[in-house]
Design a protein around this ligand. Sequence first.
Ligand code: SF4
Ligand code: SF4
Length: 211
Amino acid sequence: MSRPSPDHRPSTTPSGRPRPSIPGSGLAKGLAVTLRTMTKKTVTEQYPDTQPELPPRSRGVIGLFEENCTVCMLCARECPDWCIYIDSHKETIPAATPGGRERSRNVLDRFAIDFSLCMYCGICIEVCPFDALFWSPEFEYAETDIRDLTHERDKLREWMWTVPAPPALDPGAEEPKELAAARKTAQKLAAQQQAAQEEPTAPAEPQEGES
Ligand code: SF4
Ligand code: SF4
C-alpha cells in the first residue's frame, strides 16, 4: 500500500504511476518549515556558554556530611551497584566518670563513591538514618580518566557546599526537633557567655610597699 504524500494527495496516480510533482514544491515546503521555526521561541540551551536552569532537587552528585556519619554501613549495603566504599576502625573512649564503662565508636577511614557505576537512584540518601548524604545539582565533573570518577571523602565533602538549602516549612508546621535542639544549645551558650562577661572582676591584690 502506498503512503499518502505530506500534502494529503496520493503519491501515485490511479494507474499506479508516480504522480508528477509540481516544480519547486519541495523547496517551498522546506522554506515554509524554516519560516515557521524561525518565528517560534528557541528552546535549545547554549550550554556550556549558558548554564542550564536546573530544578533545585536535581540529582547531580552526592555530598557527604561526614560529621553525621556513624559508619553504620546501611548506604553501602543497600546500594544496588555496590559503588560505595567505606573503611573504618573502632576506637575506645575512656569512661567519663570513675568506675564508668568504656565505650567504643566507629571512626571513618574512607568513604568513597564511584560515580562511574552509580545510577543515581538515591537509595543511599533515602536509607541514611543520620542525614549524612545529600543530593547536589552539580553535574560538571566529567573526567577523561574513569578512575577519577571515584570521589573520596574530601571531594564528597566539598560537594556539600553546593547542596541547596531545604525548602521552607509550610506555615504553621512543627519545627524540626534538630533545629529546636540547636537553638536551645545556642541560647544556653549565649547566656553562659553573657553571665561570664557580667561577672564583676576581683579587685587587684595590693602590691608590697603600697599603702
Ligand atoms: S545513588 Fe544509588 S547507585 Fe548511586 S551510590 Fe547511591 S545507592 Fe548507589
Ligand atoms: S548510611 Fe549514612 S550514617 Fe550510615 S554509613 Fe552511610 S552515610 Fe554513614
